[in-house]
Write a protein that binds this ligand. Structure first.
Ligand SMILES: NC(=O)c1ccc[n+]([C@@H]2O[C@H](COP(=O)([O-])OP(=O)(O)OC[C@H]3O[C@@H](n4cnc5c(N)ncnc54)[C@H](OP(=O)(O)O)[C@@H]3O)[C@@H](O)[C@H]2O)c1
Length: 311
């Protein structure tokens, strides 16, 4: 049974991703800062998809010790890992250049960028323990993965004898904010841009070991935060996006499933948009676009006064 760890997976996009892997028969470990909620979600997955194995783990992505403990729990339960989906995030709403404190920077960057890095570090150890000892100490010298020890780790040995086979996949749920900016999201934007650098570096360092790393530039996802929107508000949102409708958690999950499949065996270091086209929408580049729309003006005013994770 293949195994995956999905962070922040008791609601919204993370839950959709966990459900997709469970439906596909994977062993699914999932995290939440609320351990009881994670355990309840794991029980619900097992009830809905009896063929899967599910494990709920309490983990705050902003704490490296929590991350390490979560992977230890995965190792104890499943022994190894095939895929890691870094989904949990501090949405960093309301942080502007002038109102952000050092503590705000740490909160957003730790939950998003630092968690991405240390999550990947732990995931890789569980994905390929045979070769991982070489990763930290030995620079890769050429495209054939000739390592400085004099030991040759070929593409064949690094990929269990078959280079078309993916031995591990790291997927980071990033954001269209990694490439574009809007007011009062500066820390979130910085953290998601950092994820892009982490992904590219992981791709280069881990490719020879058969481990791939990619980011999904998500956007316009329907979540429980939409529950309070009127039909008119939803229609206005949709009208601003090229595709004209929101992206669902299931669509993000489908991209995760693809990136963790052998069909994606040669895709690494990519940032792939799944965002209803918002990431290429020129309207979003107009610095006045928020104020020019009465709904956005309202939203912008609210974010000035309320730092947090609610959009
Ligand atoms: N919604 C969108 O339109 C959108 C757009 C672009 C990118 N994304 C990205 O897609 C992913 C999922 O987004 P979503 O909207 O589905 O997210 P969400 O449900 O709001 O957040 C995902 C999980 O992250 C954890 N989390 C929230 N705030 C946190 C904090 N301050 N510190 C640490 N963990 C925190 C929560 O898990 P627990 O409370 O259970 O710990 C939460 O369930 C995120 O990486 C987000 O950046 C979303």
């Amino acid at each position: 049974m293949k195994t995956v760890l999905v962070t922040g997976a008791v609601r919204n996009t993370g839950l959709a991703i966990a459900r997709r892997f469970a439906a596909d028969g994977w062993g699914v470990a999932l995290t939440s800062r609320d351990a009881a909620a994670a355990e309840a979600t794991a029980r619900a997955l097992k009830a809905e998809f009896p063929q899967c194995e599910a494990l709920g783990i309490g983990m705050d992505p902003a704490k490296v010790a929590d991350i390490r403990a979560a992977f230890a729990a995965v190792r104890d339960r499943f022994g190894s890992l095939d895929a890691y989906v870094n989904n949990a995030a501090n949405l960093g709403v309301g942080y502007s250049v002038l109102n952000s404190t050092e503590a705000d920077w740490d909160a957003v960057m730790n939950a998003n960028a630092r968690a991405a890095f240390f999550g990947a570090q732990e995931a890789v150890k569980l994905m390929d323990q045979r070769n991982v000892a070489n990763v930290g100490v030995l620079p890769i010298t050429n495209a054939n993965s000739q390592l400085h020890t004099g030991k040759l780790v070929t593409l064949e040995t690094g990929n269990n004898g078959n280079w078309q086979h993916s031995s591990g996949s790291l997927v980071f749920i990033s954001s269209c904010h990694a490439k574009k900016a809007m007011p009062a999201r500066i820390l979130y934007t910085a953290s998601k841009a950092a994820v892009g650098g982490i992904v590219r570096s992981l791709a280069v360092e881990l490719g020879p070991l058969g481990i791939r790393a990619n980011a999904i530039l998500a956007g316009a996802i329907r979540t429980d935060r939409w529950d309070g929107f009127s039909d008119e508000e939803i229609a206005k949102r949709r009208a601003r996006w090229p595709i004209g409708r929101e992206t669902t958690g299931d669509q993000i999950a489908a991209m995760c499933a693809f990136l963790c499949s052998d069909a994606a065996a040669t895709i690494t270091g990519a940032e792939i948009p799944v965002d209803s086209g918002i990431g290429v929408c020129l309207l979003a580049n107009n610095p006045n676009w928020m104020e020019s729309d009465p709904d956005n003006a309202k939203y912008l005013e609210a974010t000035k006064n309320t730092k947090g994770t609610k959009e």
